[in-house]
Ligand binder design. Structure first.
Ligand code: CP
Length: 311
């Protein structure tokens, strides 16, 4: 498979590229059970981690992935950087470019920023989430996790529940699931389900409709208060009552034998109860573990234009 320079979204990947990454994440995951978990494939390369928005899973997962491939990782601390003195994004990138990093992992609150950065640097740019737009490695790790449970994914069903409107995860994961032949439905308050949603998002109106549809996985989304300009539902208890994964709904999910997914971070008591977090078919921890394997596969595949000889 020919390498590409950047990973910016799911749409720009071919099916062959998607299969290549998902297939290569499996041997990466096998490394985790070895006493020595590192391989030297990115020795001498450096990865710059540039998070303009908070992150736990994605930033640490990329860091672990890069280190397991023997790359050096530099964390650029936005909160203590010259960004706080008014430096523009492009000036920051130019400064970082002078340091000759090979990979830039970037998260930004504005959609499109990773694409702009990619045009201005020879480094490979990996989109770690940009505004409402895209979170491609989350989608790939979700697909990898689902495929571990259902090797034949085509015709399987996944319902995505909650704040679809503000969710880059819903956008990227639903797009990828659809491309893999998985049927995708959405449930949530009308205010948080986009009217102009893609055709592949089947709209369900109630939990009864969800259970009648018989999903193989229920994918709960975080309520993204930080992206909501205005009030999209009366209050959190009402949201939880109408859309949260509570005991009664968990029992129905259990009867179906369906899996529970969530990209994290989880707001306990909002979209998922403590009890649901303990559900025996919850894939939430597996999603986190698989995120490292998938990001290793992506880093291994991308090819920066930084050139240079080995010495
Ligand atoms: N799933 C996800 O993007 O989590 P973080 O915000 O913790 O990176």
């Amino acid at each position: 498979m020919e390498a590409r320079k950047d990973l910016l979204d799911i749409e720009s990947l071919t099916m062959e590229e998607i299969s290549y990454v998902l297939d290569n994440a499996a041997p990466m995951k096998q490394l985790f059970t070895r006493s020595v978990k590192k391989v030297p494939v990115l020795r001498g390369k450096n990865v710059l981690s540039l998070f303009y928005e908070n992150s736990t899973r994605t930033s640490s997962s990329f860091e672990v992935a890069a280190k397991r491939l023997s790359a050096d990782v530099t964390e650029f601390s936005v909160s203590t950087s010259s960004v706080k003195k008014g430096e523009s994004l492009l000036d920051t990138i130019e400064t970082l470019q002078a340091m000759r990093c090979d990979y830039i992992v970037i998260r930004h609150s504005q959609a499109g920023v990773p694409g702009v950065v990619a045009k201005h640097t020879r480094a490979s740019v990996l989109n770690a989430g940009d505004g409402h737009h895209a979170h491609p490695t989350q989608a790939l790790l979700d697909a990898f996790t689902f495929r571990e449970k259902f090797p034949e994914v085509a015709g399987r069903r996944v319902v995505i529940v909650g704040d679809v409107e503000h969710s880059r995860v819903a956008r990227s994961t639903s797009r990828l699931f659809h491309r893999l032949g998985i049927d995708v439905a959405v449930l949530g308050p009308s205010t948080l389900i986009p009217d102009a949603r893609p055709d592949h998002m089947k709209r369900l109106r109630s939990w009864e409709e969800v259970f009648d549809w018989r999903p193989d996985a229920v994918y709960m989304l975080r309520v993204q208060l930080e992206r909501q300009e205005g009030q999209f539902f009366p209050d959190i208890p009402e949201y939880h009552g109408l859309y949260g994964m509570n005991s009664a709904r968990l029992e129905q999910v259990r009867k179906l034998g369906a899996y529970l997914m969530h990209p994290g971070p989880v707001n306990r008591g909002v979209e998922v109860t403590d009890e649901a977090m303990q559900y025996e078919r919850s894939l939430i921890s597996e999603q986190v573990e698989n995120g490292i394997a998938v990001r290793m596969a992506v880093l291994h595949w991308l090819k920066p234009n930084t050139g240079g000889s080995a010495l």
